[in-house]
Design a protein around this ligand. Structure first.
Ligand code: CTP
Length: 423
């Protein structure tokens, strides 16, 4: 979907303000949206807080825009998928209490002030009142504007990191993405939460989510990893995890390779950067340590399998691709077994020969498909059976090796069948 233009966003804010007047309910633009607006002059998403029922307001807005609405009553939140391509989050103003450190809070309806009190950093408490009164008003009751001017991340109260240690990871993300710096007292309290092993109490699922966010921001990743190391946060993922110059160099090779492939116009398969980054970081860990890390993050399914087995699979592929006897179909057979992130990692860290094969795979070989199917062979009088599959595979390999063109597939396959091709 296309991005909304600044004037479309302004129009949308006006419509929301008008609706708040009609419904006589207070509506605010809050948090990261206001922070980024002040920093960059741009609005990406609309995060709204409604004093009253956010769900009712969301339904009214959805109706006005003829847009789908999703509500999450247990969290007092709703989303409106604006046809302009804007993502609109709407929450009832909430108050939170933490039954114990590092667990999810108990949420109830509260005032705007209570909603701002439960937030992480002063720069995320900035609020613009959209309505019902006419005219926009900036609410900065916690010094967020000054902190933004001073590029400081400041927590609101001394228990902040104890209540919610995910804020330690959020701090790193905001520092590196926005060029902010933890204010000294906030940093001291973060250090304390790490030392007292409060951060260790986070559930695997919550820790994983933070890793996915942080490691997904590839352009800031080196700075984030250095900072995580400095703050002792990498060690909360696994005591053996650190970030030294060799890790930095490996990561640079990976990010440079992504840029290089992009610049060469090579379209990459769908990638999840956090998986690539985690593999790069876990590169030199022994298998047993890697398994502990995977457990700590609660990785399951394909993510788990990727992290546990990638080193072995990459070694096998690198040896398949080494030497002068490699033919395209052999390279394709070897590389098709790898997940997309493994292919990119191999092209970044492999020697020149391996790199060249992976790039050829990504650019050309992986797109080559047969234009015929078993049906075409049956239509030519072949009898059903396993030979059909084998012949199709052999025909694809001939295509990959450039021995035949797409228009020669059927003849080639029929000939192989006739010769009683076995493989
Ligand atoms: N928030 C918080 N503590 C958390 C998570 C979120 O206080 N552990 C608050 C912050 O005020 C934040 C708001 O909830 O601004 C919305 O959360 P989110 O969308 O995750 O944050 P953004 O600041 O919008 O960050 P991003 O730019 O990464 O979307």
């Amino acid at each position: 979907m296309e991005e909304a233009t600044p004037s479309e966003v302004r129009e949308r804010l006006t419509l929301i303000a008008d609706l708040s007047r009609e419904l006589e309910v207070s509506v605010y633009l809050v948090g990261g949206a206001v922070r980024d607006l002040l920093l960059t002059g741009e609005l990406r998403d609309l995060d709204l807080v409604v004093e009253g029922s956010g769900a009712d307001f969301a339904h009214a807005l959805g109706e006005r825009l003829d847009a789908p609405v999703r509500t999450h009553p247990q969290f007092l939140t709703a989303e409106v998928e604006d046809p302009l391509g804007l993502h609109i989050d709407i929450a009832s103003s909430r108050a939170e209490s933490y039954p114990e450190p590092a667990v999810l809070p108990v949420v109830r309806e509260g005032s705007l002030e209570e909603d701002l009190d439960r937030r992480d950093f002063t720069v995320n408490t900035l609020t613009v009142r959209l309505g019902p009164d006419a005219g926009l008003e900036l609410i900065d009751s916690r010094g967020g504007v000054q902190d933004l001017e001073d590029s400081l991340l400041r927590i609101l109260h001394s228990r902040s990191f104890v209540d919610d240690p995910t804020r330690a990871f959020r701090a790193v993300r905001l520092e590196t993405r926005l060029g902010l710096r933890l204010e000294p007292e906030s940093k001291r309290l973060l250090n304390q939460a790490v030392e007292k092993q409060i951060v260790d109490r986070l559930s695997p699922a919550r820790l994983r989510q933070e890793v996915v966010y942080l490691f997904g921001e590839l352009e800031n990743l080196e700075a984030s990893l250095r900072r995580m190391d400095e703050l002792g946060l990498l060690r909360t993922l696994h005591p053996r995890l650190s970030f030294d110059e060799r890790d930095a160099e490996r990561l640079t090779r990976v990010t440079d390779q992504i840029v290089r492939l992009h610049d060469k116009g090579i379209e990459l398969p769908a990638l999840e950067f956090w998986r690539l980054a985690l593999m790069s970081l876990a590169w030199r860990l022994e298998p047993a340590v890697r398994e502990e890390l995977v457990d700590r993050l609660g990785l399951v399914g394909a993510d788990r399998e990727l992290l546990l087995g990638f080193r072995q699979r990459l070694e096998a592929a690198a040896s398949d691709l080494d030497g002068s006897r490699v033919q395209p179909h052999l390279a394709a057979r070897s590389l098709a077994r790898l997940q997309a992130e493994e292919q990119v990692l191999l092209s970044a860290l492999g020697d020149d020969e391996v790199k060249a094969w992976v790039e050829r795979w990504l650019e050309e070989l992986r797109h080559i498909e047969l234009t015929i199917s078993g049906q075409d062979l049956l239509a030519r009088g072949a009898s059903p059976g396993p030979a059909i599959g084998a012949v199709l595979t052999a025909t694809l390999e001939a295509r990959l090796d450039g021995l035949i063109g797409a228009d020669e597939e059927l003849d080639h396959a029929a000939e192989l069948l006739e010769k009683g091709h076995q493989k």
